[in-house]
Design a protein around this ligand. Sequence first.
Ligand code: ITT
Length: 185
Amino acid sequence: MRIKVITSNEGKMREYGQALGVLGIEVFQGDVPYDEVQADTLEEVVEKGMEELKQKEDSFIIDDSGLFIDRFHGFPGVYSAYALKTLGNEGVLKLMAGERRRSARFECCIGCKLAGQEPFLVSAGCQGEILEEARGAGGFGFDPIFSADGGRSFAELGLEEKNSISHRGRAIAKLAERLAEETGP
Ligand code: ITT
């Protein structure tokens, strides 16, 4: 099986390649522009994106993700891309300076549409915390400032290790189960 992941994010693409590759599912990147509408939840963003894309594409995956910081009532959440662009990891660390309550979670919602079938969504999260300082050169986005266990940051984990615990890795595992059901043995 070969499936198109519609994303502009190379980091996400690598994670799909690893997690689905080991299951024998090949992925390739599709660069199809679509409106990422502003909405209250990742699921709504993905649903709206699917509505638009299914007019043009037969078979594809999209992924909307975000970092939800408890101290800020879930901000940046659905505004994560904007927050990363404007504040950056250093800006988030400054906002969190001196804060003892550092809990946060990543969430990932995947929308999948296969040819001739109804689209479906799967979601998963990963609980963790915002570190005191950025660490590591791997991963992408907020990875250097997030740790699932207070130890190594996501940017200090290899691709496979991040996928084994991350929001996206868990959502991809759910996706793989659905793909196995939908496509049969
Ligand atoms: P798309 O083209 O797939 O939409 P994007 O980079 O805009 O790519 P999102 O809107 O889903 O992706 O992501 C919101 C922000 O959260 C964005 O800046 C990402 O870099 C960041 N992000 C998403 N998943 C992440 C992860 O696993 N680790 C670190 N940062 C992540």
